[in-house]
Ligand binder design. Structure first.
Ligand SMILES: Cc1cc2nc3c(=O)[nH]c(=O)nc-3n(C[C@H](O)[C@H](O)[C@H](O)COP(=O)(O)OP(=O)(O)OC[C@H]3O[C@@H](n4cnc5c(N)ncnc54)[C@H](O)[C@@H]3O)c2cc1C
Length: 155
């Protein structure tokens, strides 16, 4: 990272920033082009291994891409604020952001409730929810295991 003064390396701080984010953008390669998609997500840090969870309909472009367990990029950001100034070039923008790469895989039926709980926990705080069999069948759930991650904050 060119601006070392903005780089965040403390794992606890990075996880706090992730937990503050609302949306994760996934980047795929599709027919030689970038395909970037915003998604809601769940998160956990399992003994230093970061995992993101997602859910969606069982069909569509992203599901076709995910089925081959591709390497993906991701990005999320939070804490947006405009720093004003008297002249245009004095303005700046505050942010905290996380980006990286990993591999995405579709979860088996039995693993869906745990992953959906992580998504619900991210947005609602409660850790455990009930899901009907019908609801579980109608949803595709997948996880992104992070291989590389960097974090940056502009205050
Ligand atoms: C803040 C936010 C959170 C979201 N959270 C979720 C989530 O948790 N789960 C989920 O399934 N979806 C979520 N979505 C919608 C998601 O971004 C996709 O639209 C959806 O998942 C369908 O993706 P797909 O690849 O199957 O698209 P398809 O339905 O197969 O359509 C493919 C084409 O539609 C267009 N397209 C697809 N998505 C978008 C988009 N978001 N905006 C504009 N054009 C688009 C593109 O041109 C693309 O080539 C969220 C969207 C936003 C903005």
């Amino acid at each position: 990272m060119r601006r070392k003064d903005r780089q965040i390396t403390d794992d606890n701080v990075i996880d706090e920033i992730i937990l503050q984010c609302d949306v994760c953008r996934l980047g795929f390669v599709s027919d030689g082009m970038a395909y970037i998609l915003p998604l809601n997500f769940g998160f956990e840090n399992k003994d230093g291994r970061r995992i993101f969870y997602f859910h969606s309909a069982t069909e569509g472009k992203k599901i076709s891409l995910i089925k081959s367990a591709p390497p993906v990029s991701f990005e999320m950001d939070t804490d947006h604020l405009l720093n004003s100034a008297d002249v245009a070039c004095g303005f700046s923008y505050r942010f905290k952001s996380v980006m990286g790469t990993g591999r995405i895989t579709v979860l088996e039926e039995a693993d869906k409730p745990y992953a959906l709980d992580r998504i619900m926990e991210h947005y609602r705080g409660e850790k455990s929810w009930n899901y009907s069999e019908e609801a579980l069948k109608s949803v595709c759930v997948y996880k992104l295991e992070v291989d590389f991650l960097s974090c940056k904050a502009h205050k």
